[in-house]
Design a protein around this ligand. Structure first.
Ligand code: TXA
Ligand code: MG
Length: 307
């Protein structure tokens, strides 16, 4: 009798042991981080990494983020400058990804970087991802655990809905904390806004330029798109729209009634998933101020609205 697929196991010793065994055997496993659920595989095993691309149906030019347990492990894979060291000291473990030159001979499959000379790397804070790193002793490549061009998953159920039987095991440790993918920084430029904002940085960030083409390779404009059309800056719903509210603008759903951007970020993908699953034809979202975390929220919303 085949196991019900995908298997969702609550975080614990048994789930970890099975997850680590699967990673070591070259499979991928869905695991929560403090940002979103990731689809993890051994970053040194090209077949395993190919399994990630296959499961996601992801364009092959889109490189992956590698997760390591601590700064020392990162130093063995990439070359830090003073700015990068300052950022690592301040924000790791946490939702910050640094794009740094890959060391010669670093044991990273080239499929991970899609052939680039740089590697996107981070030290996650979440206990499940940290435990998996410890149990496998391997750097883990992990993009968000969703099919390409679908919403990023903030719950185990989202992973199951998006990837279905293409992922053999999902470690379930509840909803993720940040609800947005990590901030990506190359040099002093924010390539992808996220939970760590420009104001948090120990130096003036070079301005984030909303790309018309591709800035971070693979930051495709359609990356975060729900299935339904989405209208931005809506103050009321049109017929057959599902309105996601914010602050004074109420609706079928609410990002934050008090206008709290952290709360809104944590709820954003959940709300978009609900809107996509609703009986309405279209989605509308109330205006969210483009300051602080609101920059990342608006970035995701603009991508979700792009068709
Ligand atoms: O929060 C996160 O970062 C989550 C969790 C699972 O850690 N991961 C995640 O990975 O969002 P992913 O693969 O969905 O996004 C990786 C982003 C892509 O936009 C990719 O193009 C960019 O990082 N990226 C990867 N390597 C890069 C590189 N060498 N240079 C520039 N951008 C890079
Ligand atoms: Mg993603």
């Amino acid at each position: 009798m085949a196991d019900p697929n995908p298997r969702i196991l609550p975080y614990g010793m048994a789930a970890l042991a099975e997850a680590a065994a699967r990673i070591t055997a070259g499979e991928c496993v869905a695991v929560p981080t403090e940002t979103v659920y990731g689809l993890a595989a051994d970053a040194g095993n090209a077949d395993a990494v190919a399994g990630i691309y296959a499961a996601k149906g992801r364009p092959s030019f889109n490189p992956l983020i590698v997760h390591v347990p601590d700064h020392a492990a990162a130093e063995r894979l990439v070359m830090f400058d003073a700015d990068a060291r300052a950022l690592a000291a301040r924000f790791w473990p946490g939702p910050l990804t640094l794009v740094l030159p890959l060391r010669d001979g670093a044991p990273i499959a080239s499929l991970v970087t899609a052939g680039l000379a740089t590697l996107a790397i981070r030290v996650p804070r979440h206990r499940a991802m940290q435990a998996l790193l410890a149990a496998t002793g391997r750097p883990l490549a992990a993009p968000s655990a969703n099919a390409s061009n679908q919403l990023s998953p903030t719950r185990a159920a989202h992973v199951a809905q998006s990837l279905g039987t293409r992922v053999p095991l999902i470690l379930d440790d509840g909803a993720t904390e940040a609800g947005l993918e990590s901030t990506i920084i190359a040099g002093r430029t924010i390539l992808r806004p996220g939970p760590i904002t420009a104001a948090d940085l120990p130096f003036p960030a070079l301005p984030y330029i909303k790309e018309s083409a591709i800035t971070a390779p693979g930051q495709l404009a359609t990356h975060y798109a729900p299935r339904k059309p989405l209208r931005l800056d809506a103050t009321e719903a049109r017929p057959d729209e599902w309105l996601i509210g914010f602050g004074a603008v109420g609706g079928e759903d609410m990002l934050s009634a008090t206008g709290d951007l952290r709360e809104a970020a944590a709820r954003l993908f959940d709300a978009l998933h609900r809107a996509d699953a609703s009986d309405r034809e279209a989605i509308a979202v109330a205006p969210v101020p483009a300051e602080g975390l609101g920059v990342a929220i608006n970035d995701r919303l603009a991508r979700a609205a792009h068709r």
